[in-house]
Design a protein around this ligand. Structure first.
Ligand SMILES: Cc1cc2nc3c(=O)[nH]c(=O)nc-3n(C[C@H](O)[C@H](O)[C@H](O)COP(=O)(O)OP(=O)(O)OC[C@H]3O[C@@H](n4cnc5c(N)ncnc54)[C@H](O)[C@@H]3O)c2cc1C
Length: 182
């Protein structure tokens, strides 16, 4: 598997990292400051939020022109204006979690369907799902013939997800990663 390290978690970096992960690479993203880069933390979003507050004040000072009367003079609370700016940035900072679903080679159909439904909920929320098939004792001798359990699991969710990393043996387990289809 190809490995890629992306330096910088701004719009350029994270878009490249997601595209590479979808193409099947193992990606590490390194960010020195805050995810979201200039755009989210000091550029586009913060400046637009502050500009919106300034425009609201400007309109409030000219309410009479719009045929609206209001008692008193508008008061600006700088701390509240900055708090709103931070809140807007946080709303757009989406954290993607990795959820794990564990299966065993002899899982029954009902349990499997329950796990598939749980994975569907995680995926549609935007989280990544690591599906682990765990082998014990003599089950280890039949690892290859159990791979279809992971393939079937992914197939059952193919309307909402893509396989980001195909099934791979790691010690006593076989794992794959699923991610939301866009
Ligand atoms: C005030 C302002 C307003 C803006 N408004 C708009 C707008 O309205 N619309 C618009 O389209 N664009 C706007 N932009 C431009 C937009 O912010 C940039 O085009 C965009 O952020 C560029 O994305 P990027 O990923 O290339 O770089 P950045 O967003 O700058 O991300 C680079 C990231 O790399 C990290 N980094 C740097 N060096 C290292 C290192 N050695 N190791 C690890 N991490 C590192 C940084 O911490 C940073 O998070 C605005 C910019 C500013 C400054």
């Amino acid at each position: 598997m190809k490995r890629l390290t992306v330096i910088g978690g701004g719009p350029g970096g994270y878009t490249a990292a997601f595209a590479a992960a979808r193409a099947g690479m193992e990606v590490t993203l390194v960010e020195a400051a805050h995810l979201g880069g200039t755009c989210l933390n000091s550029g586009c979003i913060p400046t637009k939020t502050l500009k919106a507050s300034a425009e609201a004040l400007e309109t409030a000072l000219r309410l009479a022109e719009f045929g609206i009367t209001c008692e008193g003079t508008p008061h600006v609370d700088p701390a509240a204006v900055l708090a709103r700016k931070e809140k807007e940035a946080r709303k757009k900072q989406k954290v993607i979690e990795i959820k794990e679903i564990r299966l065993s080679p002899n899982i029954d159909t009902n349990d499997l369907n329950t796990k598939i439904n749980a994975a569907k909920k995680f995926l549609t929320k935007g989280d990544r799902v690591k599906v682990t098939l765990r082998f014990r004792g003599r089950e280890m001798a039949h690892m290859a013939s159990s791979k279809h359990i992971l393939d079937d699991f992914a197939e059952a969710l193919s309307d909402v997800c893509v396989v980001e990393k195909a099934p791979k043996v790691e010690g006593r387990s076989m794992t794959m990663f699923l991610t939301e289809k866009r």
